[in-house]
Design a protein around this ligand. Structure first.
Ligand code: SAH
Ligand code: SF4
Ligand code: F3S
Length: 499
């Protein structure tokens, strides 16, 4: 039997139905609202998807559980980017199966996210994990109300998956953080890097309309958020969904158009123009974005860094490898020299820029000299920090068909890269010693009680002790950097900027 599918026009309608049905109470009358727990793996887009799943559940009358054991409905929002993610999902499902059998309760388990887009995994879940009652691809988030209805009211499983690509607005979002709001501005990716599963899991690139994004950010500013993080797998290709022609058009636009957007004489059509428009929203002090791709980084984006101080002073620009041969084998669409020119241009207009990156070690065709080119590039660019990954073959990708390098070779290279990068990160914190900086408090440190973590515009991480007289999360402070640590710096409070 077909499940009821929600389309973009009736998410809100469906939410109202759920509330009318008082879904959260229906099954166990008198026991209070049912509780949900969401476990999220993967990238920040997945985190934002989980905020939407939580938003829907809250709107339907459920309440948030503190952990697995306290929950009546558990959603696992999965990631598929590397192999160990698969193992982790099945490990979790095994534990939940036992919990389900032992508790005698009507525990509902759902699996969402990128792994649900892989037919073999879906089959395995259906075959071996019968306690899973809901399956939801990232393209189906808006179908959660319909699936809840099916499970809790019709008492049936909701396991149909679909990869239909569309953009659904107005899904409620339960924001996880008070200090920084995640805003997905585009979905999917068109690039097909040869190692990467994302275009298969998330589909082709599709951008939200500028007006919808601006409306969302205005709402966030009104709620008191001063910092936002724009998300997309290839975030700076926003607006260029239809390929080469669009890209050519984007490259032809420059500073003049940016200034027109800033004066509201033109509506944004490229990513830097979107940044220009968002920078004008009163209350928005810092706009972060993740991840831009070097191949779509235009001269207009460099102008944007020059003109709009609200655009963050961190540039996360994934290099992946320092060897032109490997970049070609990865289908990255740039070479080391063009990456260098980009970095130089950005540093010229924003000297305080902190450059961060992603690097993959052990791509199948990587030779010792290719790897050394990566080390040389890391040394040259002095990345403030880097996410370093060991190549993991992903089913369906071109690189998965290539013979893998021996694990000991990859491990040894990975260790060398990590040592070099760790030293650079430590140096970057030493360079801040004695400086005074504006930061936003993120929250209490997980390791040290009484200590808070905070970040500056360039995303450097600081630890500082603050008086216990208030909730500091989301406050802006001036701090003085007192001591460098390998991955952060200690700081002292100079002044509170926001009340
Ligand atoms: N869209 C972003 C990256 C998204 S995935 C971009 O193109 O920059 C985040 C990072 O995971 C990638 O930058 C890459 O370094 C790493 N990654 C992706 N697939 C991988 C794989 N199969 N093995 C190892 N690392 C991988
Ligand atoms: Fe994956 Fe490449 Fe797309 Fe990034 S740009 S998501 S690495 S295919
Ligand atoms: Fe993982 Fe999917 Fe994000 S594979 S990294 S959750 S896009």
């Amino acid at each position: 039997m077909m499940e009821k599918i929600t389309d973009e026009n009736n998410v809100l309608q469906m939410m109202e139905d759920l509330q009318e049905n008082n879904l959260a109470r229906q099954v166990e009358e008198g026991k209070g609202p049912r509780r949900f727990f969401i476990q999220t793996f993967g990238c920040q887009q997945n985190e934002n998807d989980s905020e939407k799943l939580a938003g829907i559940l809250l709107a339907a009358g459920f309440t948030q559980a503190l952990d697995y054991s306290d929950a009546d409905i558990i959603l696992i929002n999965s990631c598929s980017i590397r192999e160990n993610a698969d193992d982790r999902l099945f490990g979790h499902l095994g534990i939940l199966k036992k919990q389900y059998e032992d508790s005698g309760r009507q525990l509902v388990v759902g699996v969402c996210g990128c792994m649900v887009t892989r037919p073999q995994l879906v089959e395995k879940i259906k075959r071996s994990y019968r306690h899973v009652k809901i399956l939801l691809t990232p393209q189906q988030i808006h179908e959660l109300p319909a699936k809840l209805h099916r499970v809790f009211i019709e008492r049936k499983s909701a396991l149909e998956t679909s990869m239909e690509e569309r953009i659904v607005e107005d899904i409620p979002q339960a924001r996880e953080r008070k200090f920084r709001a995640l805003v997905s501005i585009m979905y999917g990716c068109n690039h097909f890097c040869t190692y990467c599963v994302v275009p298969f899991a998330r589909g082709r690139q599709r951008s939200r309309r500028a007006g919808e994004i601006i409306r969302e950010v205005q709402g966030l500013a009104a709620e008191g958020f001063s910092e936002i993080m724009l998300l997309g797998q290839n975030v700076n290709a926003w607006g260029l969904d239809s390929g080469h022609k669009a890209l050519k058009f984007a490259r032809s636009r420059g500073e003049a158009e940016l200034l027109k957007v800033a004066k509201a004489e033109l509506s944004p059509e490229t990513f830097p123009e979107l940044l220009a428009a968002l920078a004008q929203i009163p209350g928005i002090k810092c706009i972060r974005y993740m991840s831009p791709h070097p191949r779509d980084f235009t001269a207009q984006m460099v102008s944007c860094l020059k003109l709009f101080p609200e655009v963050e002073s961190r540039l996360h620009l994934p290099l992946q490898s320092g060897s032109d041969k490997i970049l070609k084998d990865m289908n990255r669409g740039y070479d080391l020299e063009s990456f260098r020119q980009l970095v130089n241009a950005c540093r010229e207009v924003r000297p305080e820029l902190a450059l961060t990156t992603d690097i993959i070690v052990g791509f199948p065709s990587e030779t010792e000299s290719d790897f050394e080119a990566t080390l040389a590039a890391v040394e040259e660019f002095k990345f403030q920090s880097a996410y370093t990954f060991i190549f993991s073959p992903r089913p369906g990708t071109r690189a998965a068909k290539m013979p893998e390098l021996p694990a000991d070779v990859t491990q040894a290279r990975f260790k060398r890269l990590l040592e070099l990068q760790n030293a650079l990160t430590y140096d970057s914190y030493k360079a801040l010693l004695g400086s005074t900086r504006e930061v936003l408090v993120e929250g209490p440190s997980k390791q040290q009680p009484g200590v808070y973590t905070a970040r500056d515009h360039a995303f450097h991480l600081f630890n500082l002790s603050l008086p216990p007289n208030r909730d500091w999360e989301g406050e802006r402070l001036m701090i003085k950097v007192s001591e460098a640590r390998p991955f952060s710096a200690e700081a002292e409070l100079s002044r509170v900027l926001s009340a």
